[in-house]
Ligand binder design. Sequence first.
Ligand code: NDP
Ligand code: 8X3
Length: 248
Amino acid sequence: MSKIAFITGATSGIGKATALLLAEEGYNLIICGRRKDRLQALTAEVKVKTLELSFDVRNRKEVEEAINSIPEDWRAVDVLLNNAGNAHGLSKIQNGDVDDWDAMIDINVKGLLYVTKSLVGGMISKGAGHIVNIGSIAGKEVYPNGNVYCASKHAVDAINNGMRLDLNGTGVKVSQVCPGLVETEFSMVRFKGDADRSKSVYEGFDALTAYDVADLIRFIVTRPAHVNISDTIIFPAAQAASTIVDKK
Ligand code: NDP
Ligand code: 8X3
């Protein structure tokens, strides 16, 4: 069987773009997300084999049941892309919504851990694999009103580094990709469907596309076995830091 990539958050944005680019590389795909119709549409779009797994990464039981249901011939996962995640809200800490905080910690941090826990043993057993964690510039810096989202991505940064230390010598590579501003459904989720506010985030400059980030992920996972690109930050050319964007 061809190599297998397991992609969380494959229904949209960076995850979907990576699925399409890794399909071009000949990977068969285990595609995950809650929106089953989008998983089916992605299957119809690619020429490789896919396995659709619909689960909420927040729900540990759902994660474990979904991954335990993977048929034998799909179990030798070569690449795990821990991508599912979002920001929920953008508020001063004193005005934050506790449900938004729970969502960000549960999805971006605990969800990533649940998925990793269910798959990493298989990678260790075969002595090979590659975990790519999607962090963010928000995991390297903190910006006003970003408080808990930044905390969740700082946690991803720490987990990424911890994974690399703990998995050293097992044959499993660990890499992180930290994007700046990427125009996806991210802001629509952050601003709870406010299309005008979401659009304004990307006005006045050329934001990254999901494919720009996916192309970097493709590069990282196609390096020779002895090369590991452990961490990367990818910005639009107009961006220098979270809050420094040259908008015309
Ligand atoms: P999108 O909103 O376009 O995609 C988010 C993906 O995550 C969707 O496929 C969604 O699938 C999945 N997802 C969200 N919540 C859950 C959940 N509870 N269970 C399972 N899957 C879930 O955003 P992006 O593509 O931009 O975001 C992908 C990653 O990139 C995130 O980790 C984000 O933090 C990070 N990032 C994004 C940046 C940006 O500017 N866009 C910059 C830096 C990092 P579904 O809803 O179908 O479940
Ligand atoms: C997404 C980038 O700057 O909106 O992680 O937090 S930012």
